[in-house]
Design a protein around this ligand. Structure first.
Ligand code: FES
Length: 62
């Protein structure tokens, strides 16, 4: 029996969501992007590259 693959979302303390596994991101313009491995999504609102974390959480003291 094949092992079930589960995408994991880790809520990191004072920084991004770390998502490990294959995901599809659908952007506001309707374009799609497939990501594998670990993807870091912004949860502080300060990223200049949303929806991805660009490290700006450090500058704002999130
Ligand atoms: S969580 Fe890193 S820039 Fe927002």
């Amino acid at each position: 029996m094949a092992e079930e693959k589960i995408t994991e979302i880790k809520v990191q303390d004072h920084k991004s969501y770390a998502i490990t596994g294959k995901i599809k991101i659908i952007k506001p313009d309707g374009s799609e992007e497939i990501k594998e491995g670990t993807t870091y999504l912004c949860r502080c609102g300060a990223s200049g590259n949303k929806p991805f974390c660009d490290g700006s959480h450090k500058k704002i003291g999130f």
